[in-house]
Design a protein around this ligand. Structure first.
Ligand code: ATP
Ligand code: MG
Length: 254
């Protein structure tokens, strides 16, 4: 599905350069359900933004399928994003004055789908996340868990092969978090590859096992995942050698 090889990312801040990702290696196979864990500031969101082609990197290679993602025009990156990737964020990122249905239909609007058709499709996806009856409500009328369901429906509506979720349960209580992870797990079982960034070990455990971790200098990004949700949970350094999924990253001022 995707592969990062020695990816480096710097942020230029005034006269300084912040080394946000250092030689990150990551391999995710089709159909995996992967958690990326790491300390605050270790570069998880930076990594996800690169994977989602929302941001560039400075060196190394990022392969999405057979395509080298580098220096793409805005038009081509938007095209890959629309075709392959759905995003879910901690803060939902819904448009406040649009209804749930309109929020879910938005990606279809950008694809040029006509209103009647896009509302029909958006309705199906709201149904899938259990919110058909909430179609006409705006985000301010919904709970955090409901808003995240709307955001997940919006992420799915373009039929992505990959879902990237940045702390999708970060703003939710533990019961609601478990429900959102159930939903992501169901999505994974339909064959979609799912990557979740999380601080929460319980959330990571829901990806059913550790398939790799690595430490590099000042920080660690741990990935946990499984291509088969029924695999027994496995943990520990033994899996660090797994070729399935390994990821390392660090940051330092330079
Ligand atoms: N746009 C930016 N400009 C400059 N520095 C940035 C920018 N975005 C992130 N950084 C820095 O890069 C480092 C990695 O940030 P990032 O947001 O990727 O971390 P994170 O692992 O997602 O942290 P958290 O768990 O707190 O969300 C941090 O030191 C951050 O301050
Ligand atoms: Mg982050």
């Amino acid at each position: 599905m995707l592969r990062l090889e020695k990816v480096n990312k710097y942020y230029r801040v005034g006269t300084h350069s912040l080394h946000a990702l250092r030689d990150v290696e990551l391999k995710v196979a089709d159909g995996e359900f992967v958690a990326i864990m790491g300390a605050s500031g270790s570069g998880k969101s930076t990594l996800l933004n690169i994977l989602g082609i929302l941001d560039d990197y400075d060196s190394g290679d990022y392969w999405l399928g057979d395509t080298l993602i580098r220096n793409l025009t805005e038009r081509r990156s938007a095209n890959y994003r629309n075709r392959f990737i759905g995003f879910v964020f901690q803060s939902f990122n819904l448009l406040p004055f649009k209804t749930a249905l309109e929020n879910v239909a938005l990606p279809l609007y950008y694809q040029g789908v006509r209103r009647r058709k896009r509302n029909q499709i958006a309705g199906q996806y709201l149904e899938r996340v259990g919110l058909r009856d909430w179609s006409e409500h705006t985000p301010s009328e919904m709970s955090g868990g409901q808003k995240q369901r709307v955001a997940i429906a919006r992420a799915l509506v373009g039929k992505p092969r990959l879902i990237l979720a940045d702390e999708p349960t970060g703003a939710l209580d533990s019961e609601t978090s478990a429900q959102i992870m159930d939903l992501l797990s169901e999505i994974h079982q339909t064959g979609i590859t799912v990557l979740v960034v999380t601080h929460d070990a319980e959330v990571a455990a829901r990806t059913s096992g550790s398939s790799g971790y690595a430490t590099a200098r000042s920080s660690t990004i741990v990935t946990a995942g499984a291509s088969n949700p029924k695999l027994p949970a496995m943990a520990g350094p033994r899996w660090a050698q797994s070729s399935r999924c390994s990821c390392s990253g660090s940051r330092s001022w330079s």
